[in-house]
Design a protein around this ligand. Structure first.
Ligand code: AMP
Ligand code: ZN
Length: 112
């Protein structure tokens, strides 16, 4: 399968690693929208939030466990935002579920 983030996980496309364990990989976004902008993904391919089910939801829990570790390791003490874009209207451009972790600036709410 031709998937950009699967290719990043298996090393065919280079990335700047932030965090890795057996289930999760995190790397710096190539087009950062905040001074700290990580992309956190399950290593297993799930195409979007719409494909989360009782069989694979533990991987999403693992993503959030990793996010908490990343925040602590990078001293994101004043807070951060985790974003998942799903589908066209959600602004999803890569078809492998991913969570943006944005930090080190004050983020507006509601988002644009
Ligand atoms: P989304 O629009 O939610 O699907 O987010 C996809 C994100 O992947 C965007 O923020 C892109 O900047 C980022 N991105 C695309 N290609 C790469 C890459 N090769 N390395 C790192 N980040 C990437
Ligand atoms: Zn994939």
């Amino acid at each position: 399968m031709d998937c950009l983030f699967c290719s990043i996980v298996n090393g065919d496309i280079p990335s700047k690693k932030i965090y890795e364990d057996d289930a999760v990989y995190a790397f710096y976004d190539i087009d950062p929208q905040a001074p700290f902008h990580a992309i956190i993904i399950p290593k297993t391919h799930i195409s979007s939030a719409n494909e989360i089910n009782s069989e694979n939801s533990f991987l999403i829990a693992r993503v959030f466990e990793a996010a908490a570790k990343i925040a602590k390791e990078n001293n994101l003490d004043s807070g951060y935002r985790i974003v998942n874009n799903c589908g066209n209207d959600g602004g999803q451009t890569v078809g492998h579920i991913h969570f943006h972790l944005l930090a080190r600036r004050n983020l507006q709410w509601p988002p644009g």
